[in-house]
Design a protein around this ligand. Structure first.
Ligand code: DGJ
Length: 742
């Protein structure tokens, strides 16, 4: 792992044998981009990568007085707008009293061992200084008296670079930042498929693809959360790349609020990617001596297709994002009472659920929404974080003790960022809600949002939550967020600073997470936002698992979990077995298929165990035992997508242990097909081709090469007449296969 700095030519080459990232100082003192991709041999001079061709005739806008140089045609590192580059810039910063086009000129650079923290922001980290190197490049704009610091961290043995930017006001006057991206990347051509994860509530992170064309294509959120609608993830995939071959660039923004990921293809087919806080509505007042730090972008390069990209993200997040204390811990199998009871429960009912679940081997009982204030439905009490004595007259402590007496841990739901208009907290502090004072605010799920940009409100929530954690001895918290932000104003910010609201809000959320996770390191946090509305790496930094979706229907979950796996490791995806008919789709899928899908995540149940038949209880006992046996493999193994649920009636995926000695495969068929092909096989990947594998402990053995080249024979399907021989049939079939090297 090397960061080469050519002082004379002012070139920078970051390389670790897997990737190279090269840029330089251009003749006008600004930074030009030279190369990003598969590792290149280092050499003394890379300047031949930058072409200063000036466009001809009518479209010619040479830079200042240099006829041989135009910003319109060069690839840049962190561009500005206004002096011959007509593409959208990385930064727009000004002094409100003086006209000026920013021109950040190279000033200095340094290399740091490891990776410095981003104050107040979630970010990837190096476990020790040898694991990463950070290049810091400082640029200055003397007119603005501003300093721009670009940070590039290269990780050892990973095809990963992270980038962020910081601007500092060294002058005596206020500056205004109107746009500040975490990274900008000018790719030399547009031959990519823009691949992203889109959806809405109950169908989050579906894979979408479109061909890049001249013009701007982007995904974004201006909802105050990373959102159900667009995940802050983008892959630029070569048209010939597949799941396992070819070139893919993957990007993930470590941020949980408004963002933009945009590709602008210009008239010369160059593709400019910009990633950062969404500039719409954003305006940051930078007082003298203050600085503004962007969140970071994780950039992955893969020459092994989409799956290679995903594995790089997974490995980075497992090793360098999720908090140290959760890396090796086996996450508890949980039961959540939400779909079992909704708001209608009392202590007896909950304790009975807990007892019954504990007999099945389940390890954690989670009490969801409805335990506080006077909450019988979603129209009241958010903010009143004290137990609802009508439902739980003996208090939370008593319930927690009774749950623990069954052998299970106890966890609790909170929605700290919200306030119901019908709550004591709102009656006492109407100005604590986000909105314009004395003007109507839009309700979402009958609730308003608490103004987390105000430190005193965050402090109040800290007081409430920390005392409940202590008194109740919580082992787990589900932190929900059930609406997006409208009328985004803070009663405490002056009008000229309202453009800071969204970022200040999420900094408040991060601050509360930081304090609680530091003070209670053994409490497992699961983030949630009406299902998977804030499933992003920013949240994973604090909460190592996230509720993937409110949609627990096994068929729907195939798409949700498949899409989520593009960037996020299996062990971050909360995935539960729920009752049928499913509460979101009314579909009835077999219990086995529900579990076979949910195993590939952090496993749990979302149903009333008292309503199960004896056969179902027996089946669930076996499921729980199965997950306990294999959860380490699911946590640590390499994940491979095999068959996409977006392209047909089937889906499949597998997890392989690093040493390839074991693997688990999940295969799913949504609808039955009559008289289907007789010799159906499933081709596997990632195994050792020389080794022999035993499947499900049965007699039949296969070489790894057979399983990968010929495929695993799937059990015979019912074809209309072979009732006695058929091993599977009907809609919503699935199989899980366990492979062990012999
Ligand atoms: C939305 C979550 O996604 C659900 O699991 C549940 O916790 C409800 N909120 C409770 O209001």
């Amino acid at each position: 792992m090397q960061i080469h700095i050519n002082e004379e030519k002012k070139q920078f080459h970051l390389t670790n044998g897997q990737i190279s990232y090269i840029f330089h100082v251009m003749k006008n003192g600004q930074l030009g981009h030279l190369y990003y991709g598969k590792a290149l041999k280092h050499r003394d001079d890379f300047s031949h990568f930058q072409r200063y061709d000036v466009p001809t005739a009518a479209s010619c806008h040479p830079y200042r007085d240099d006829p041989a140089f135009s910003l319109e045609t060069v690839r840049q590192e962190y561009p500005v707008y206004g002096s011959s580059d007509f593409r959208e810039p990385a930064i727009s910063v000004s002094n409100p009293n003086k006209s000026h086009i920013p021109a950040f000129q190279y000033y200095s650079c340094c290399v740091l061992e490891g990776k410095p923290v981003l104050e107040g922001l979630p970010a990837t980290y190096a476990n020790d200084p040898d694991e990463a190197k950070t290049l810091r490049v400082v640029l200055k704009d003397d007119f603005l008296n501003a300093e721009l610091e670009l940070s590039y961290t290269l990780f050892k043995n990973k095809p990963v670079i992270t980038r962020s930017a910081k601007v500092k006001n060294n002058g005596e006057e206020n500056l205004i930042i109107e746009r500040m991206m975490a990274a900008s990347l000018d790719l030399p051509d547009k031959e990519f498929i823009f691949t992203h994860l889109a959806g809405t509530w109950a169908r989050e992170r579906h894979v979408k693809e479109r061909v890049l064309e001249m013009g701007i294509q982007s995904i974004s959120s201006i909802r105050g959360a990373s959102s159900h609608h667009h995940n802050p993830f983008l892959a630029l995939k070569r048209p010939t790349a597949t799941e396992h071959t070819g070139e893919v660039y993957g990007f993930n923004f470590v941020y949980s609020s408004n963002f933009i990921m945009q590709v602008e293809v210009d008239h010369y087919d160059m593709a400019r990617l910009t990633i950062g806080i969404h500039p719409f509505g954003f305006k940051w007042n930078l007082a003298p001596k203050e600085s503004f730090q962007t969140p970071e972008v994780v950039m992955v390069y893969s020459d092994q297709g989409l799956n290679g990209m995903s594995q790089a993200f997974h490995q980075l997040y497992r090793e360098n994002l999720i908090a140290e204390r959760w890396k090796q811990v086996e996450r508890p199998i949980l039961i959540n009472n939400w779909e079992a009871t909704y708001f209608d429960f009392n202590e007896e009912k909950l304790v009975n659920i807990a007892k019954s679940a504990s007999e099945l081997g389940i390890e954690l009982f989670v009490l969801d929404d409805g335990w506080f204030g006077k909450r019988n439905d979603d129209t009241s009490s958010l903010g009143d974080w004290h137990v609802d004595q009508r439902k739980l007259p003996n208090g939370l402590e008593s319930l927690a003790e009774k749950v623990r007496a069954t052998g299970m841990k106890f966890g609790l739901w909170f929605e700290p960022e919200m306030i119901s208009p019908n709550s004591d907290l709102f009656r006492e502090h109407p100005d604590w809600a986000v909105g314009m004072l004395n003007q109507p605010s839009t309700l979402g799920r009958n609730q308003l949002v608490l103004d987390f940009s105000r430190p005193e409100i965050v402090e109040y929530l800290y007081g409430k939550m920390s005392s409940i954690i202590k008194q109740t001895g919580l082992s787990y918290i589900k932190w929900d967020m059930n609406r997006n932000i409208t009328e985004a104003f803070s009663a405490k910010l002056p009008a000229c600073q309202q453009g800071e609201f969204f970022h200040r809000y999420i900094l408040g959320v991060y601050h509360l997470y930081e304090r609680l996770t530091n003070e209670f390191p053994d409490v497992l946090f699961e983030s949630c936002a009406g299902g998977g509305g804030r499933f992003d790496p920013g949240m994973l930094y604090y909460a190592p698992q996230a509720w993937a979706s409110d949609d627990t229907d096994a068929v729907e979950r195939l798409k949700i979990q498949y899409g989520t796996s593009f960037a996020y490791p299996l062990y971050s995806m909360g995935s539960h077995v729920s009752a049928v008919p499913n509460h979101q789709t009314l579909r009835k899928t077999p219990l086995a298929t529900r579990a076979n899908t949910a195993y590939f995540g952090t496993f749990g149940y979302e149903l009333d165990p008292l309503k199960l038949s004896d056969e179902e209880r027996q089946e669930i006992k076996e499921q729980v035992a199965f997950y306990k046996k294999y959860r380490k493999l699911i946590r640590d193994g390499q994940f491979y997508r095999l068959v996409s649920p977006f392209t047909g009636n089937e889906a499949a995926w597998m997890v392989v242990r690093d040493d390839r000695s074991e693997a688990i495969v999940g295969w799913y068929k949504v609808l039955a097909t009559p008289n289907s092909p007789k010799h159906q096989t499933l081709k596997l990947v990632g195994l050792d081709q020389e080794k022999v594998y035993q499947v499900n402990g049965l007699k039949q053995m296969f070489y790894g090469d057979e399983l990968m080249q010929v495929g695993l024979p799937l059990p015979t399907e019912f074809n209309g007449v072979n009732g006695n021989n058929a091993k599977r049939g009907g809609d919503f079939q699935s199989e899980v296969f366990y492979f062990k090297q012999v």
